[in-house]
Write a protein that binds this ligand. Structure first.
Ligand SMILES: O=P(O)(O)OC[C@H]1O[C@H](OP(=O)(O)OP(=O)(O)O)[C@H](O)[C@@H]1O
Ligand SMILES: Nc1nc2[nH]cnc2c(=O)[nH]1
Ligand SMILES: [Mg+2]
Length: 159
C-alpha cells in the first residue's frame, strides 16, 4: 500500500501531543501497571510521558517496523518480550490499518493497549485511545518536522 491512501494531513505539535498524552493519562490513572511496553519507535515518546505521569519506572520495548514514510511494507519484528503482557501497559503513538497492533496483540495478548490517535480500521484493536482521526489522514508528528521560513503571502501569490 502507498501514500495514495492519504488525502489530508493532521499536524500535531509538541504542545498538542503533550496535552493529548496527559489527557490519556487522566483516563489511566485508576489502573496499576507493572510496567510499560513501548512499540518503537513511535510509541517511545508517548511511553516516556505516560511513565512520568503514572510514576512507572519499568519500561520495555517491542521493536517493530511497518512503514517507510507513507509506504507500508512487511512487518519486521526486531525484538519481542518474554511475557504475555499481563498487568502491563502497551503504548503506541497511533493505530492506522491495525496491522502493527494485530501483531503486537498476538505477542502480548493480556496487555492493556493504548494509543494517542486511532483511525477507524485499527480502532477495534486497541483498548483505549484519545483522538480519532480519519482513515485518509496522515498524522504528521513533531519529531518528523522542523521550523522553516515561510514567504509572505504577497510574494507567494504575486511573484
Ligand atoms: O496500524 P498500522 O497501519 O500498522 O500503522 C501504525 C504503525 O505505523 C507507525 O509505525 P512505523 O512502522 O512507521 O514505525 P515507527 O514507529 O518507527 O515510525 C506507527 O508508529 C504505528 O506503530
Ligand atoms: N507519522 C505517521 N505514521 C504512520 N504510520 C501509519 N500511519 C501513520 C500516520 O498517519 N502518520
Ligand atoms: Mg510505530
Amino acid at each position: 500500500m502507498s501514500s495514495h491512501r492519504y488525502h489530508q494531513h493532521f499536524t500535531v505539535s509538541w504542545d498538542q501531543l503533550h496535552r493529548d498524552v496527559r489527557e490519556l493519562c487522566h483516563r489511566l490513572i485508576e489502573r496499576d501497571f507493572k510496567g510499560i511496553v513501548a512499540i518503537t519507535r513511535g510509541g517511545l515518546i508517548p511511553a516516556a510521558l505516560i511513565a512520568r505521569e503514572l510514576n512507572v519506572r519499568l519500561i520495555d520495548t517491542v521493536c517493530i517496523k511497518s512503514y517507510d514514510h507513507m509506504d507500508q511494507g512487511g512487518l519486521d519484528v526486531m525484538k519481542g518480550v518474554d511475557h504475555d503482557g499481563d498487568g502491563w501497559l502497551l503504548v503506541d503513538d497511533l493505530v492506522d490499518t491495525g496491522k502493527t497492533a494485530r501483531k503486537v496483540r498476538e505477542m502480548l495478548p493480556k496487555a492493556h493497549f493504548v494509543t494517542v490517535y486511532a483511525k477507524p480500521e485499527g480502532r477495534p484493536l486497541v483498548d483505549q485511545y484519545l483522538t480519532e482521526v480519519a482513515q485518509d489522514c496522515w498524522i504528521q508528528f513533531p519529531w518528523d518536522m522542523g521550523i522553516a521560513y515561510v514567504e509572505p503571502l504577497v510574494d507567494q501569490v504575486k511573484r
